[in-house]
Design a protein around this ligand. Structure first.
Ligand code: GLN
Length: 392
């Protein structure tokens, strides 16, 4: 039998998705893979029913159904503060997962270097390898998860073709400040690199922090490839609706990559999602208020674990430092957590370039009752973990 490609040997299966399978197998409360356990807004469910009954059921235009693109361009132009032409500046994709892959394959030649901040959302490394590029890592240094400008300059001295910027950041919960983004912008300009953003948590930014869209920074609209998604904003992770927004020259390439990868995102769901894109601003205020309450509730329980954590500024993840429990292996810790405590987290090592084994990631995109049930299981975790460690 022939052997499979070298590239598939260069990255492993997603640990995030593995933890969900493990949580299901043990009946644990799943705070690993980030997705809600509550429904999307009623308007979207109704629209999906209608689309199921009346269609469309056949392919949409490969780069996105015209009415979906028109609604998305209206919404994103307003939020991002840039002019987006639905015919020239966007491609609709199967989730931001495809959007990122399309962006990478459109921007990079084999052997181009790409700056990736570590810890990173796992997909970026696979995206880099699949597009033939080589990652250059820049640390977001724990416990604050901020980068050191000198490290960033050293990375840019290697003349990367692109930098991947997840903001608000998964897994760290960091929201990059305008000054940090301007530093990145200055360096990208110097070496003429693309900035590929993953801004799927754009509407989940806790006061007093504010989200700055990279494309809206002065002079950055033409070098930014903005990737986004409806998954988190409308609680429809299973609908797989994402998009790339960029300059027309970039979009011309991205359309081709997307067309040959997937042809298109689900036509009935694009139709239904227009109802979400047309929701009034009040919806986004309520979304943020509800995530702020979830964050406060879950962090309240985390404070009772006795473990240190990094307070999230945005997104719905929190990194917890397990070092003081005496465990030195985050994977073994997460196995114990699923099996003995009944809560699933993601071992942090799958997000770091360096062998960092002392962080785990929880997400809190869950109903208050789920967070309470998980929280009660986590109270006193540090002491219980330390005692369990002595037994093994
Ligand atoms: N973004 C989610 C996370 O980090 C998962 C997304 C996915 O599994 N496709 O957990």
């Amino acid at each position: 039998m022939p052997s499979t490609s070298q590239r598939v040997g260069r990255f492993s299966e997603s640990v995030i998705r593995h933890m969900t399978r493990l949580a299901n197998a043990h009946g644990a409360i799943n705070l690993s893979q980030g997705f809600p356990d509550f429904d999307p807004p009623e308007e979207l469910k109704r629209a999906a029913e209608q689309a199921g009954r009346h269609g469309p059921h056949q392919y949409a235009v490969t780069w996105g159904a015209p009415n979906f693109r028109a609604a998305l361009a209206r919404k994103q132009s307003r939020w991002m503060g840039i002019d987006i032409d639905p015919d020239a500046n966007m491609v609709v994709t199967c989730g931001s997962t495809e959007a990122m892959m399309v962006a990478m394959m459109t921007a990079c030649n084999p052997e181009d270097r790409v700056v990736v901040f570590s810890p990173f959302y796992e997909n970026y490394v696979a995206d880099t390898i699949l597009s033939g590029a080589e990652p250059i890592y820049v640390s977001l240094n724990p416990p604050e998860f901020r980068f050191d400008e000198a490290d960033l300059k050293r990375a840019f001295a290697q003349k990367p073709k692109a930098v991947i910027l997840c903001n608000p950041s998964n897994p760290s919960g960091r929201v990059f400040t305008r000054a940090e983004l301007e530093t990145i912008a200055g360096l990208a300009e110097e070496v003429d690199a693309f900035v590929i953003t993953d801004e799927v948590y754009e509407h989940i930014v806790y006061a007093p922090h504010r989200h700055t869209y990279f494309a809206a920074l002065p002079g950055m609209d033409r070098r930014t490839i903005s990737c986004g998604s409806l998954s988190k904003t409308y609680s429809i992770t299973g609908w797989r609706l994402g998009y790339v927004i960029a300059a027309p020259e970039v979009i011309a390439g991205a359309r081709k990559v997307h067309d040959f990868l997937t042809v298109g995102a689900a036509a009935p769901l694009q139709e239904a999602a227009v109802a979400g894109l047309n929701l009034p601003d009040r919806y986004y205020d309520e979304l943020l208020a509800s995530y702020t309450a979830k964050r406060d509730l879950f962090l309240g329980f985390l404070r009772q674990t006795g473990l240190r954590f990094c307070e999230p500024e945005g997104a719905y993840y929190v990194m917890v430092d397990i070092a003081e429990s005496g465990w030195t292996d985050d994977r073994a810790f997460c196995d114990w957590l699923v099996e003995d405590v009944g809560v699933a987290a993601v071992p942090g090592s799958s997000f770091f370039r360096d062998p960092v084994r002392s962080w785990i990631r929880f997400h809190f995109a869950k109903r208050p009752e789920t967070l309470e049930a998980a929280g009660l299981r986590l109270v006193g975790l540090r002491g219980r973990a330390a005692r369990a460690k002595e037994r093994v």
